[in-house]
Design a protein around this ligand. Structure first.
Ligand code: ZN
Length: 343
């Protein structure tokens, strides 16, 4: 299986994340993908290829133009306004406030386009986000071109980013763009399977009213975990998208038994849907020692999960999302891919 990876991810490395009332080194840091890279090489999984530049044309079909412009210019505007630190949202529009006016002031603009203030924008964030998207797109093109599967080793991740908001360490929704590209390439129906510990609120939001893209996610119960305000079982889509959003929230301490039962259920639903291509939002933070999650999967469980996904027999693009138990991120990610190839 080919991996697509860009060194430009390094341009995004904020100094700090607001966590537990303190500024800490961000959990989402460059070393995460280094562990995945070295494990890929150790296991000889396949070529690791630098992608060509990102193509924003398919992204523009599903992402807001003003949002893209904001991401591109936020850092310069922030600095031009005399701000000393990294771009961090101090607030967000809340209940009963206006959501239909975009502030002129950069501080307000950041609040408008952000949904979680742990995520900072730095000088290199846009460049890194584009390179992450480029890896996802190259992986999609490889699969659309006939490969059984490909892996986009994306960083920063994408599944929390909506069409017009960033947060949860995510800026551009790589999985959503890859799914849209499969549609453009002629797949009548596409599924996104999100196995990251956290609910993929961004992907859900982007395809909420779409009947041609199924979004299926297993994640920590939002009553107990970020993103808190999305991912409940009764969120099923609207309009043409009714029934095309599937959420399985699970409680703290969930082990592989109930987790894999949920996976099997979603796999059956993806089959029934008639998906012709699959995008997997591959987070490995369901791991038992992940510092910001509460499931209890062990490393061999990821291999088994990959095998179950592989048995679907669909052309599959894997895209890196979360996973923060730094050293094990490599092992667990590659385990999923090896399980898939083994199926
Ligand atoms: Zn996650």
């Amino acid at each position: 299986m080919q991996t697509f990876f860009s060194e430009d991810h390094r341009y995004h490395f904020p100094q700090a994340e607001l966590s537990g009332g303190q500024f800490v080194t961000p959990y989402e840091r460059p070393s995460r993908v280094e562990f995945v890279l070295s494990r890929l090489k150790e296991r000889g999984l396949g070529d690791i290829v630098a992608p060509p530049g990102a193509d924003l044309k398919p992204a523009r079909r599903i992402l807001d133009e003003g949002f893209l412009r904001f991401l591109e210019t936020a850092w310069d505007e922030w600095k031009a306004a005399g701000m000393k630190g990294e771009v961090i949202a101090a607030g967000m529009p809340t209940r009963r406030q206006r959501h239909d006016r975009i502030p002129r002031n950069i501080d307000g603009k950041v609040e408008y386009y952000c949904h979680a203030s742990e995520t900072a924008i730095t000088q290199g964030t846009w460049r890194a986000a584009l390179s992450s998207l480029a890896s996802a797109q190259a992986a999609q093109r490889a699969v659309a071109g006939g490969a059984r599967a490909a892996f986009g080793l994306c960083r920063p991740p994408g599944h929390h980013a909506t069409s017009d908001q960033y947060g949860g360490y995510c800026f551009l929704n790589n999985a959503a763009v890859a799914a849209e590209m499969f549609r453009l390439d002629g797949a009548a129906r596409v599924a996104v399977l999100d196995i990251d510990f956290h609910h993929g609120n961004g992907t859900q939001d982007i395809f909420w009213r779409r009947g041609d893209v199924l979004f299926a996610s297993i994640h920590g119960d939002p009553l107990d975990s970020y993103p808190y305000f999305a991912g409940f079982a009764d969120e099923t889509g609207e309009g043409e998208g009714e029934g095309c959003t599937l959420n399985v929230p699970l409680p703290p301490g969930t082990g592989y038994g109930p987790w894999s039962a949920a996976l099997d259920d979603l796999i059956a639903r993806i089959r029934d849907f008639g998906a012709e291509a699959l995008v997997v939002s591959l987070g490995v933070d369901a791991y038992k020692d992940d510092p910001i999650s509460f499931f209890r999967l062990d490393s061999p469980d990821f291999t088994d999960a990959g095998r179950r996904i592989g048995r679907m027999g669909l052309p599959t693009v894997f895209l890196m999302e979360g996973g923060y138990a730094i050293e094990q991120v490599g092992v667990n990610t590659v385990n999923v891919l090896e399980g898939f190839l083994d199926a």
